[in-house]
Design a protein around this ligand. Structure first.
Ligand code: C5P
Length: 268
């Protein structure tokens, strides 16, 4: 069986408190985007993981797909072995949720493959054990996320027909480091109202990580400015970076970006 895990972007990201367990409380809107990997699982007599596409560092140790498999195996004895193959297209450690998407889609794929008939809320519970933004990818529809990112509320965000551009300057920012540089602020409270009116996004939807990351990496701030120059109605860093996305009413003119950048464009 094959499935196609997709990336996400964050429309605004507010860090509202530091918790005693080391995590931070946040308030954000996550939206699925059409940048996909391919994940294949076949029953086999031993468990093997292989990957093609973008290189995945530490693939055997920290692989969230294998962790998802082990998590199910703890609760369901006798699960057969799997030959797992991932074709990686979503840049790693880029604020696009690729690893979490892989893990969530692995849970959904195994649910089908092993006929477990687990409901989404149950899969979300497993997903929360694998990563804070992992539960989002179970239903994979626009959600306001609070708590450490795992408390999800559906929200209507209409981006159909808009053009998405992603630029990643190949700067790697660890989520942990990004959180350590942040000072929590009060929750917005009116995120739903802001999301309902796209003309408010540029002025009101802020990614709090930008304030600590842009001074350290001016190149990322310049990408955001460039996307606005090209006519984006909204541009921001996604998650803890370093990918910057731009949303356009129609496909922008072709432009040259610096060599080595990851560049992606697609209609939403
Ligand atoms: O949940 P996840 O494994 O993706 O988080 C990676 C790290 O990012 C955590 O260990 C924590 O340091 C930080 N984090 C945080 N608050 C969140 C999510 C992540 O401080 N809401």
């Amino acid at each position: 069986m094959i499935s196609f895990p997709n990336a996400k972007i964050n429309l605004g990201l507010h860090v509202t408190a530091k918790r005693k367990d080391g995590y931070h409380e946040l308030e954000t809107c996550m939206v699925p985007i059409p940048l996909f990997e391919a994940l294949e699982m076949i029953l086999d007599n031993k468990t093997v993981f292989t990957s093609t596409g973008l290189p995945i560092p530490g693939v055997d140790k920290d692989n969230l797909i294998l962790k998802a498999f082990k998590l199910l195996r703890k609760d369901f004895n006798d699960l057969p072995n799997l030959n797992i193959h991932l074709h990686k297209n979503i840049p790693i450690g880029a604020g696009l949720g690729g690893g979490s998407a892989d893990a969530a889609f692995a849970l959904k794929l195994m649910n089908n493959l092993f006929d477990l008939h687990l409901e989404d809320w149950f899969l979300e519970d497993y997903a929360a054990q694998l990563g804070s933004d992992c539960p989002f990818f179970i239903e994979n529809t626009p959600k306001i996320a609070t708590g450490r990112g795992e408390i999800l509320e559906p929200v209507s965000v209409d981006l159909k027909g808009k053009y998405l551009v992603l630029i990643n300057p190949q700067i790697h920012i660890s989520t942990k480091d990004a959180y350590s540089g942040i000072s929590p602020k009060k929750p917005l409270g009116n995120l739903k109202n802001i999301l309902a009116d796209q003309s408010l996004w540029k002025a009101h939807l802020v990614n709090d990580f930008e304030a600590s990351i842009f001074p350290k990496y001016p190149e990322i701030a310049q990408i955001k400015d460039r996307l606005y120059d090209l006519g984006a109605f909204y541009a921001a860093m996604s998650g803890s970076g370093a990918t910057v996305f731009g949303l356009f009413d129609s496909k922008p003119e072709s432009v040259e970006w610096k060599e080595g950048y990851f560049v992606f464009g697609a209609e939403m």
